[in-house]
Design a protein around this ligand. Structure first.
Ligand code: ADP
Ligand code: MG
Length: 351
């Protein structure tokens, strides 16, 4: 017997039927929302004394995700996690989400529900509400555009500018895991799919599919005015550090031996005979936070790291702009940091 709601097609449901479904399942409103899904625009009550943080991200099938080795839930999860990470990097509190979708008509309603379940999952733990979006037919693949609105504390927003000579450069978590996880997924997909994954591979795949936006740390850094400048790592350390340095008009000395790498990532690099440092510098989509603090705030930061149970590592020092961005190796020699990070319009360097 057919299960009517699960196998319902978009042709049967229609655009407005689909929006009704999304509204009923995922569009529950909260106190600050005067009008959510269902009108020409959402109406929200701004928080007095706060600034409004707004960020948009696009996710295109074949460019940002491949359904060959990711589920629709995975796609949704990673999309909002990366969108929330932008608010984390500003030190804000994410509040409202808008989802614009273009979908091929062969996608089933249950597929769209999976996508929304993934989209809403990282939102739930931060109380982020879905307040609207747009829906269109696509002739080629799935397009998801997310807009996140968040609350900032006036004058406390963390920008990419503001790093000063003598500041220390910090990063959360470990680097390169996500890129390694993606590579494993891609090669598994091309090779044998049934092969059992080793525990370190499972860890790295999870780091790719379930990134954690560092919302709590971002808020704490902003509230206590600990960080002078901050950015989230979406393009890779070498690229995002460059963005931060450009905006702050400074250079950085990075310490190779300090760059935090997970044991699973090291195992992967050894197995694949890859240069782990190079990979960690270039690997994107870790969604960790990179920030600079004045050395006198190190103690406060240590407390924050403990309180949040989040590893935070000092990886370098801010220098004058003329110093450039250089990597200090264990033997004391300097190496140029690879300029290339992820760039949609440039040819990518192979791993
Ligand atoms: P309009 O014609 O004014 O653009 P729509 O018919 O596109 O209105 O949307 C009706 C309501 O549904 C609006 O509140 C809109 O924000 C919401 N909406 C549309 N598509 C989506 C979606 N994919 N996800 C969440 N909300 C949506
Ligand atoms: Mg519309």
């Amino acid at each position: 017997m057919r299960r009517p709601s699960r196998s319902r097609s978009l042709q049967n449901l229609g655009e407005f039927g689909l929006i009704r479904e999304i509204r009923n399942r995922f569009g529950k409103v909260g106190r600050s929302i005067i009008k959510g899904i269902g009108d020409d625009a959402a109406v929200i009550r701004p928080t007095p004394g706060s600034t409004l943080l707004v960020s948009t991200d696009l996710f295109i099938e074949g460019i940002h995700f491949h359904l060959g080795f990711q589920s629709l839930f995975d796609v949704g999860y990673r999309a909002t996690a990366s969108n929330l990470s932008d608010i984390a990097a500003m030190g804000g509190c994410p509040q409202y989400l808008l989802v614009a979708l273009a979908i091929p008509d062969h996608l089933s309603l249950s597929g769209i529900r999976k996508l929304y379940r993934g989209l809403m999952h990282p939102c739930q733990s931060h109380g982020v509400k879905l307040i609207g979006g747009d829906t269109s037919l696509s002739q080629s693949g799935i397009f998801v555009s997310l807009t996140i609105l968040g609350r900032g504390q006036s004058g406390h927003e963390m920008k990419r500018e503001g790093a000063k000579v003598g500041d220390l450069v910090y990063v959360t978590g470990t680097l390169g895991d996500s890129r390694a996880g993606l590579h494993i997924l891609q090669t598994r997909y091309q090779q044998s799919r049934g092969q059992r994954k080793k525990p370190y591979e499972q860890f790295l795949i999870k780091r790719h599919l379930r990134p954690t936006p560092r919302i709590h740390l971002g808020r704490l850094l902003a509230k206590q005015r600990l960080a002078k400048a901050a950015i989230d790592l979406s393009d890779g350390l070498s690229g995002d550090l460059r963005h931060l340095c450009e905006e702050s008009k400074v250079g950085v000395e990075l310490w190779a031996k300090a760059i935090p790498l997970s044991s699973q990532f090291r195992a992967y690099a050894a197995q694949e005979r890859l240069d782990s440092l190079q990979l960690a510098l270039m690997g994107g989509e870790d969604y960790e936070l990179l920030f600079t603090i004045s050395p006198r705030n190190q103690n406060a930061l240590r407390h924050a790291s403990k309180a949040l149970d989040l590893p935070i590592t000092c990886i370098g020092e801010v220098k004058a702009k003329g110093f450039g961005i250089r990597l200090k190796l264990e033997d004391g020699l300097y190496r140029q940091i690879p300029i290339q990070s992820y760039d949609h319009f440039r040819q990518q360097q192979a791993l």
